[in-house]
Design a protein around this ligand. Structure first.
Ligand SMILES: [Zn+2]
Length: 830
């Protein structure tokens, strides 16, 4: 049972002045020792510390042994008022699902990495603690580990010799934001404005880290300077490390002073502009959390959205306008905001700011980290900044940060600070935008003189740009408008095409008038501004009937110049339309049409020698001694934009084509160094499709796994083996997914990706009843597995009978995460 709101309130009322002195020993591979001294004051009575599944433990309260432990909680009964000290000396097991002290052995060099990459309800799997946000505490850490390792944590290292690593005491932080990362990391360290900084990655990613080090440092410094300028509170911690850690369950995590980052952001092979934008966005996102989440933290999980919406808004905004990554907002509009609209139409939607009582326990809090809290919250905050003005917004935020520094605060606290900073009715705005789910519709109509009129169907005030175009889509002009109950006519634009919310300032469904819609359908890809195209791609594909969707995609995709928009349109078509909204019979023709739209440009990746790419990759060797044939001599250079577009289309082709000969030629040309260079990612996509088409057998896949040699190669091979169109291959993959208790979350996900091939419906659809039966058991392994089990829902068009089976399964008592994901799947298919 997770902590309830009632319990958290009672504990916060009786406990204060908490501190932790933590000593971890990770030298054994069998399990680890966690010894913590918890000091606190109390008004007296009964309370408890959380500690999840200790293998063994000794506990003393003020020096006297206590023994009441149920596997989750250590009871502290009959406390006298005043100061107390509890010492918990425990042995715990390592985990491989990220939910505890995670271990990872690198297949490249057999090096071991150990990390506590924590979060909601996970710190109690590492040490005994009061695991709630509003009992912030200073944490002092010491670690015993391999003396050759690097050990990183929130505080600055102050001692390291003979395998003993000690860290400076942190300021008060929520214990879920504690972090430790240990192993033979490669590091790039420097100081900026007097703050020690570092980037770190596994030793076998040394070349990749060195390749990108200059850029990573530059973005870090630019963001740091920017926040130093806009926030009046100084940077709150003593150091700032960023660590690429293996098998992180999230994109990144805002641990104070030591951010953990998912390794997919340090790719092998090419780094595309989209990769760079996303990484800069994440750097800016996590750094903004140092103030908003870490310096000032929520009281309870209902306000977790506020952290994430604020950081998501800052991340995209700062990457685009401060760090110099033009096009970051284009990717938000094209690849993130459509998910928020979809989420806002499901039965599971909720107000951006839920009521406190709607989050009765920590387990419910875990469901808040969704597209509403990130992408919709980001869009809504952008509308707030547009509506309030940036200066007033920041004045309110700064007053809030200063008032609650190193403490906890609620949405109401922020609103009162914004209210004081602005003449506008911030509370009324929040009631409409934050306290209600759903969104308005903004329509274009025409009066009898062909004058465009913009109207709102809904309740919220909006401020956004309306753009006008000639009938052949040449830009005419922009106008910023406020839209509420009264229609806004544009007499100066009679007869022209108009696009409301052209730069995505607000969050609303857009319905164009028939003339504008027809012009856009014919010429979308010719519009000059990629941000307007991103908004329009998202608008015209939103719930378009299948035939119209495919027609638009196949006509516009070959002309769309932006690799970001090509990728987003393809992902949306393959993941949303083909897998969820077509009938089974419509799938083959749709895949063929998509492949045909990708082909001309993707075919440009021909196996002809290309001297501009420099000497062959075989001349470069990795310092780890493992040759990486995909690495070119100057991999820090982005491919030219046209090249990136060809890669985006090649990815689309590799997911849809039935032309196995072409895919095999790609592999051969890559392997034999004839100028074509497939990035590991695209190579594995190609291998999986070949396997799916029956054109690559188990031995061929195994050869590819050995050729790659990394953890990514292991996962790629698992997915390819599961994708083979043969009943025995499917049965073997299914058995590993469902009957092997040692299968990791990542391997399970890779197997599921290969297993549910949309081209093999006849072979895999019969597994639906077995999936519905086993998923609740898999979900019981933990929250990471629960999410993976839910996301392993068949990624296929389902028949009415099959959908009825899913609905029938929902009548059972299901883990909340699984129920939520299944209901979302059903809602996304209507
Ligand atoms: Zn965040």
């Amino acid at each position: 049972m997770s902590l309830t709101l009632t319990e958290a309130r009672a504990r916060a009322a009786m406990i204060s002045e908490v501190s932790y002195d933590l000593d971890l020993d990770v030298t054994s591979t069998e399990g680890f020792r966690s010894r913590v001294t918890v000091r606190f004051r109390t008004t007296g009575g009964d309370t408890f510390l959380e500690l999840h599944r200790a293998v063994s433990l000794d506990v003393t309260l003020d020096g006297a042994p206590i023994t009441t432990y149920d596997g989750r909680r250590i009871a502290l009964d009959g406390l006298a008022p005043g100061a107390h000290e509890v010492v918990v000396d425990a042995r715990l097991a390592y985990v491989t699902d990220g939910e505890g002290l995670h271990t990872f052995v690198d297949p490249v060099d057999e090096e071991r990495y150990v990390g506590g990459y924590l979060g909601l309800d996970i710190t109690q799997r590492l040490f005994a603690c009061f695991d709630q946000l509003d009992l912030k505490a200073p944490i002092t850490l010491a670690v015993t580990a391999d003396p050759t390792w690097t050990v990183l944590s929130n505080g600055l290292p102050i001692y390291g010799a003979d395998g003993r690593f000690e860290f400076a005491t942190t300021p008060p932080i929520p214990c879920d934001l504690f972090v430790v990362a240990a192993g033979p990391f490669h590091s790039v360290a420097w100081a900026h404005r007097g703050v020690p900084m570092g980037w770190h990655a596994r030793r076998s990613l040394t070349a990749e880290l060195e390749r990108d080090a200059a850029e990573l440092k530059r973005v870090t410094e630019v963001c740091f300077d920017h926040y130093a300028e806009i926030f009046t509170e100084p940077f709150p911690f003593d150091s700032y490390d960023q660590v690429f850690v293996p098998e992180l369950n999230w994109g990144a995590m805002e641990n104070p002073g030591c951010v953990t980052v998912n390794e997919f952001m340090l790719p092998r092979g090419r780094v595309t502009d989209d990769d760079r934008r996303r990484r800069a966005m994440v750097i800016a996102h996590e750094m903004s959390h140092m103030w908003f989440a870490d310096l000032v933290s929520p009281v309870w999980w209902e306000d977790a959205w506020l952290n994430e919406s604020f950081a998501d808004f800052m991340g995209f905004d700062v990457a685009e306008s401060v760090a110099g990554y033009a096009g970051t907002r284009v990717s938000f509009e094209a690849a993130f905001k459509p998910g928020a609209y979809r989420a806002d139409r499901r039965r599971s939607t909720h107000p951006v700011a839920p009521a406190t009582d709607d989050v009765p326990d920590a387990a419910t809090g875990a469901t808040i980290f969704d597209d509403i809290s990130y992408a919709k919250g980001n869009a809504v905050l952008r509308q707030l900044v547009t509506w309030l003005g940036r200066d007033d917004f920041l004045a309110g935020v700064n007053a809030h940060l200063t008032r609650h520094r190193f403490g906890n605060a609620t949405l109401e606290d922020l609103l009162s600070a914004l209210h004081a900073a602005s003449p506008r009715d911030v509370r009324g705005w929040a009631e409409l935008w934050l306290r209600r789910s759903g969104h308005d519709t903004i329509r274009v109509t025409r009066d009898d003189r062909d004058v465009p009129v913009v109207t709102r169907d809904g309740v919220r005030p909006h401020r956004f740009t309306v753009s006008a175009y000639t009938p052949d889509l040449k830009p005419v002009g922009d106008r910023l408008i406020d839209l509420a109950g009264d229609p806004v006519p544009f007499p100066e634009w009679a007869g022209l095409i108009v696009v409301p919310n052209a730069y995505g300032e607000t969050f609303a469904r857009i319905e164009l008038d028939p003339a504008s819609a027809a012009a856009v359908a014919n010429g979308l890809a010719t519009l000059p501004d990629p941000l307007v195209r991103a908004v329009l791609w998202a608008t015209v594909l939103d719930r378009a009937p299948a035939a119209a969707h495919l027609n638009l995609l196949t006509r516009q995709l070959p002309h769309e110049p932006s690799p970001t928009l090509v990728s987003a349109a393809l992902d949306r078509t393959l993941d949303d339309l083909v897998r969820r909204r077509l009938t089974p019979a419509e799938v083959p023709a749709a895949l063929e049409a998509i492949a045909a739209a990708c082909l001309p440009e993707a075919a440009g990746l021909s196996p002809a020698p290309d001297p501009s790419r420099g000497p062959g990759p075989s001349q470069v060797s990795d310092p780890s001694g493992v040759p990486d044939p995909s690495r070119a001599p100057d991999p820090s250079r982005s491919p030219a934009p046209d090249d990136q577009r060809a890669i985006a289309l090649a990815r689309g082709l590799a997911r849809t084509t039935t032309d196995a000969d072409r895919l095999r030629r790609w592999l051969d040309a890559d392997s034999t160094d004839h100028g074509l260079r497939l990035d590991p990612d695209l190579r594995w996509l190609t291998i999986r499709r070949l396997a799916e088409l029956g054109a690559l057998d188990a031995a061929g896949i195994e050869a590819e796994r050995r050729r790659d040699g990394t953890n990514i190669g292991e996962l790629g091979a698992a997915a390819a083996l599961a994708a083979r169109p043969d009943p025995e291959a499917k049965a073997a993959a299914w058995a590993e997914m469902t009957s092997d208790p040692t299968v990791s979350v990542r391997r399970f996900r890779a197997l599921a990706t290969g297993f549910w091939s949309v081209s093999q419906r006849d072979l895999v659809a019969p597994y639906l009843p077995a999936y519905l039966e086993i998923a609740p058991t898999l979900a019981a392994r933990g929250s990471a597995f629960a999410a993976a089990a839910g996301r392993a829902f068949p990624a296929l068009p389902l028949t009415a009978d099959e959908l009825a089976q899913v609905r029938a399964s929902l009548t059972a008592d299901l883990p909340p995460v699984l129920r939520r994901l299944w209901e979302d799947e059903l809602d996304d298919r209507t």
